[in-house]
Design a protein around this ligand. Structure first.
Ligand SMILES: Cc1ncc(COP(=O)(O)O)c(C=O)c1O
Length: 372
């Protein structure tokens, strides 16, 4: 087998992530690699923290990027906040809530599941009932933007309910961050994780996280060690900590962090509100075009995510064939259904850099031609 340099085809990524990465961010990534304790690099990390705080809308000092994808951010939150025996209420309305349950159980916790139909937002009344039924619960976890279904839940209300019952909250914002309104401090979210590859449009492989003081205190007061060495925040903070002293913990993905820094700068330059607004406007444009093609949404209008549009595959249409033709003839990726929705829906992402009028028009034209 002859192996030469890998030169991928340029695609338009309109699936559930990764989203398209701009030339500007890609070129930031190709700058010279520095040592991970180099003073210049450390200054860049300090800036990265400020940019993440802006994007999360928080002043939490414990805000940084875990050196691994969104699943590691998820695991970081659960591994640090769940101790053996802790009861955690998990609201599940799609694939990713199921992973939260796995995490709790692997940390030795007890998961209490509050189930909602896939494609619906989390029902606040069901959470209220579960909190009343389980006064010994100490944590509530849910997914803000369920990528598997395209449904958005009311994070502010769910966090308020959890706090009324003295529970801390873990929120999955992998798909919501920078795509839809999210206000960590104003809504009182205690621990949150996201991913670099969705509405931030940085390359995959990094997971921004943030913990408020109450979450940090629970971690400090643990009576058992965090079972993951790599994700133990007490150790990680020796590297990311704000006290000016940085000690080796692991070799940071230096160039990936340059890319995240640049992507966050792009978000700040546009302004978060403008980014949220752009995602919403492009969603409306896509909705209008899909209606013209006779394609319906899975999620009720009030709960739809603008950045992830789950639509029902029209009757008689071959799912794999359509996606295959879009990829091969148009270099356009849209997403297949996941879990219970596999084969039934397409997931059209309008995330970050990929959320543009041109992409909406391109996708509608390509889909129209293929369906014809
Ligand atoms: C809501 C949600 N949570 C968690 C993850 C896991 O992130 P990653 O694939 O970066 O590990 C994803 C990925 O798509 C996601 O959409």
């Amino acid at each position: 087998m002859e192996i030469t340099s890998f030169n991928p085809t340029r695609r338009t990524l309109m699936g559930p992530g990764p989203s398209d990465v701009s030339e500007r961010v890609l070129s930031a990534m190709s700058r010279p690699t520095l040592g991970h304790l180099d003073p210049e690099f450390i200054q860049m990390m300090d800036e990265l923290k400020v940019l993440l705080q802006y994007t999360f809308q928080t002043e939490n000092p414990l805000t940084f990027a875990v050196s691994a994808p969104g699943s590691a951010g998820m695991e970081c939150c659960f591994a640090n906040l769940v101790e053996p025996g802790d009861k955690v209420i998990i609201c599940q309305n799609g694939v990713f809530g199921g992973r939260m349950k796995e995490n709790v159980q692997r940390c030795g916790g007890v998961a209490v599941m509050v189930e909602d139909d896939w494609g619906r937002a989390v029902d606040a009344q069901k959470l209220q009932d579960a909190l009343t039924e389980h006064p010994d619960a100490c944590l509530v976890a849910f997914v803000h933007a369920e990528t598997s279904t395209g449904a958005q839940s009311d994070a502010k209300t769910l966090v308020e309910l959890a706090h009324q019952h003295d529970c801390l909250t873990i929120v999955d914002a992998v798909t919501s961050l920078a795509g839809t309104p999210l206000k960590v401090d104003e809504w009182g979210i205690d621990a949150i994780y996201s991913g670099s590859q969705k509405c931030l449009s940085a390359p995959p492989g990094l997971s921004p996280v943030s913990f408020n003081d109450r979450a940090a205190e629970k971690i400090r007061k643990r009576t058992t060690p965090v079972q993951s060495w790599f994700l133990d925040l007490n150790l990680v903070m020796g590297y990311w900590g704000g006290d000016g002293k940085r000690a080796y913990h692991h070799t940071a993905p230096v160039n990936g962090l340059y890319a995240l820094h640049e992507a966050l700068l792009v978000v700040r330059e546009e302004g978060l509100e403008n980014a949220w607004d752009r995602h919403y406007r492009n969603h409306l444009l896509l909705r209008e075009g899909l209606q013209g093609l006779g394609i319906d949404f899975v999620v009720d209008e009030a709960d739809r995510l603008p950045q992830l549009n789950a639509v029902t595959i029209p009757a008689g249409v071959n799912d794999a064939e359509v996606r295959g033709r879009l990829l091969n003839e148009f270099n356009l990726e849209i997403g297949a259904g996941l879990g219970a929705l596999a084969g039934k829906v397409w997931r059209i992402g309008l995330m970050g850099h990929a959320s543009s009028t041109q992409n909406v028009e391109f996708c509608l034209r390509a889909l129209g031609e293929v369906l014809d």
